[in-house]
Write a protein that binds this ligand. Structure first.
Ligand SMILES: Cc1ncc(C[n+]2csc(CCOP(=O)(O)OP(=O)(O)O)c2C)c(N)n1
Ligand SMILES: CC(=O)[C@@H](O)[C@H](O)COP(=O)(O)O
Ligand SMILES: [Mg+2]
Length: 645
């Protein structure tokens, strides 16, 4: 059977369709997404929820002249299918393929790149301000989820938009979900609006009020606007300050909630609101996972699944896989919390992703999900520390970037004991550019009082977490995405000595001093370093391998000793070279005037790493044993010099 989807590759073609054809297309798009995403995984449930919404937006707004600014962009697969990328859709999130988020260089329809939440209103407002300054006349629409709306940036942007009074439309895609449950007072407020407006008594009263914008007759625009105003004042009357009136108080015209799966309704609503002057919020209620019962039934599990079988709805997982770093972190945190009643855990809307859900189950009162609010999470942790608790803030490395000033100003200046558990450090893979956690060593290392470490495997992670809790002052701990190495996990926990690295091979320091090269590997790169050393030994090249453990403070004694004896140092890390662990070693040599030691730094270059399978990316960027071997050979054959790989 020929599909409508096969003849629609642009918004222009979409605009030529009738409503029944659009409804058929919505079914086909869902099928396409469910099938194609099954191969490598991706953001399934968020996309199934916005099929009709995306179609209606592209139908009503003259994209790409009119600008759609998606928040996060994890829900933009439908947008991609409708804007010239249908044929490449099967490559999504693969190396060399389409990005799983929005990329300006990928399409003129991708107005503003994202993946970190809550940026869309700021960006859209900036575009609207630029439009007005240039005397242009196009529409700007920000599409933001109910959880992203709770993020600090979104609230700051609304504060600004409500007073600048630019023509700007904010579509609130309200599916009553973050990845897991949406949390916080704003979320409760939106829930209250939804419930109020679907309650029988409200419905009766609203019918009496006649002028509901949801049921606007085909009348002139002014009448529609007036209807909107009447509806709004009715809402204000009904719900006093406890309704969408909060937004009205901030200077927005607020409309909704509307059924986000009803195409004719959405077309009508957008046709109307696009003619309204000033900032407007349209609340659209959608269902995450819509159209596939398994995803609708558990949208948290299906938010961003790995590969799955679309015929059975079973997510593929190898039963023999070792525990993930996240699982080991979470189990260890729970056992530490069992022993130490001061320990509390904080997540910023990532209870599943960080594993903190386990702490929530065991100690609900010592678990805090603050929503998409990393800055608040860190300062909140500072307050908990001042109040006598021992906070472990579990935030992905990439999202910790949001809280840079809070880490400095609220934690480190006051030398507070807060543990920063940074999951997804290093190359994360298919999520790409914006999600790789490759800057944290640099932005943590430069801050006074901070101590930072990274484990070589999941067993060491346990002891590092324990160490971080037992220390004082701010401590950062980074560990990678995905499964561990499968090493045996012990039961006890011991404290590691601060600033002490581990010599892995050869067995003694004396033997290490006689090696040709000393290789200091940080965190997840240790296993590749060991492999390289083993293979080089077969060529008669002897490499001392050190598990660095600490990027701050460094094991100065060991670095200087092996540096001076071998005269050849190499560092490796799953992080940008600039400001990373290797830079710290280089700074140490410089500070001691040791310019006769040849040093090479292996790490990521000064570029944003693309998306793709981690194995491909690590090979490409030289985080492999093969590349380490090359660097060692090169270093031994060239004259001793200082340089950066
Ligand atoms: C700053 C930041 N913190 C955390 C995340 C992780 N994250 C990705 S999607 C998501 C939930 C978003 O919920 P919502 O905005 O309601 O969109 P939905 O997925 O429900 O469509 C979160 C917390 C992020 N992208 N950015
Ligand atoms: C959109 C977003 O930021 C998250 O959904 C992220 O993709 C989650 O990453 P993990 O799959 O590593 O938990
Ligand atoms: Mg949501």
């Amino acid at each position: 059977m020929t599909r409508i989807l096969d003849s629609v590759d642009s918004p222009e073609q979409l605009r030529a369709l009738t409503v029944p054809q659009m409804e058929q297309l919505a079914r086909e798009i869902r099928r396409e997404i469910i099938e194609k995403v099954s191969v490598r995984g991706g953001h399934l449930a968020p996309n199934l929820g916005v099929v009709e919404l995306t179609m209606a937006l592209h139908h009503v707004f003259q994209t790409p002249e009119d600008q759609l600014v998606w928040d996060i962009g994890h829900q933009a697969y439908v947008h991609k299918l409708l804007t010239g990328r249908r044929e490449r859709f099967h490559t999504i999130r693969q190396f060399g393929g389409l990005s799983g988020y929005l990329r300006r260089e990928e399409s003129p329809y991708d107005v503003f790149g994202a993946s970190h939440a809550s940026t869309s209103i700021s960006a859209a407002l900036g575009i609207a301000a630029a439009r007005d300054l240039q005397g242009k006349d196009y529409k700007v629409v920000a599409i933001i989820g109910d959880a992203s709306l709770t993020g600090g940036m979104a609230l700051e942007a609304m504060n600004s938009a409500g007073s600048l009074k630019k023509n700007l439309i904010i579509v609130l895609n309200d599916n009553d979900k973050s990845i897991s449950e949406n949390v916080g007072a704003m979320s409760q407020h939106l829930g209250q609006v939804r419930r109020m407006q679907t309650s029988p008594s409200y419905q009766r009263l609203r019918e009496m009020a006649k002028d509901s914008i949801e049921r606007l007759p085909v009348v002139g625009d002014k009448a529609r606007e007036a209807a909107g105003r009447a509806e709004t004042s009715f809402k204000q009357f009904m719900m006093h300050s406890k309704s969408g009136a909060v937004f009205e108080e901030l200077g927005f015209k607020f409309f909704g909630p509307f059924d986000g799966h009803n195409i004719p309704l959405l077309l009508d609503v957008f046709e109307n609101v696009k003619k309204i002057e000033g900032p407007v919020i349209v609340q659209v209620v959608t269902k995450k996972g819509k159209g596939w019962d398994v995803a609708e039934g558990d949208s948290t599990k299906w938010h961003g699944p790995g590969a799955y079988d679309y015929t059975t709805g079973v997510i593929k997982k190898n039963a023999n896989d070792p525990l993930t770093y996240t699982e080991v972190f979470a189990n260890t945190l729970v056992s530490i919390a069992e022993q130490n009643p001061a320990v509390v855990g904080i997540t910023a809307a990532m209870s599943e992703g960080t594993g903190l859900k386990k702490l929530q189950k065991r100690f609900p009162e010592r678990y805090f999900d603050v929503g998409i609010a990393e800055q608040h999470a860190v300062t909140f942790a500072g307050g908990l520390a001042v109040g006598g608790m021992l906070p472990v803030v579990a935030i992905y490395s990439t999202f910790m970037q949001r809280a840079f000033d809070q880490i400095i100003h609220d934690i480190c200046v006051q030398n507070l004991h807060v543990v920063f558990a940074m999951d997804r450090a290093g190359i994360v893979g298919e999520d790409g550019q914006t999600q790789h956690g490759v800057f944290d060593i640099a932005f943590m290392r430069m801050i006074p009082h901070m101590k930072i470490m990274a484990p070589k495997d999941e067993e060491e992670l346990r002891h590092m977490l324990y160490t971080a809790v037992e220390l004082d002052g701010p401590v950062g701990l980074r560990y990678p995405r995905g499964k561990g190495l499968g090493v045996e996990l012990t039961t006890g926990l011991h404290k590691l000595e601060v600033g002490k690295a581990e010599l892995l091979s050869p067995a003694t320091i004396e033997a290490a001093e006689k090696c040709d090269v000393a290789l200091f590997a940080y965190g997840s790169t240790v296993s590749q370093a060991e492999l390289a050393a083993k293979e080089l030994a077969e060529e008669g090249i002897h490499v001392a391998v050190v598990n660095a453990r600490w990027a701050k403070p460094l094991d100065q004694e060991l670095i200087l000793r092996l540096g001076q004896s071998t005269k050849h140092l190499i560092t490796i890390e799953d992080h940008v070279v600039s400001g990373g662990f290797g830079s710290a070693v280089l700074e140490l040599l410089e500070s001691k005037g040791l310019t006769d030691i040849a040093i090479r730094l292996i790490g990521l270059p000064d570029t944003f790493v693309e998306h793709g399978a981690p194995t491909i990316l690590k090979e490409l960027y030289g985080l492999s044993s093969a590349h380490i071997k090359e660097v060692v050979r090169e270093q031994l054959t060239t004259t001793k010099k200082q340089g950066v790989v």
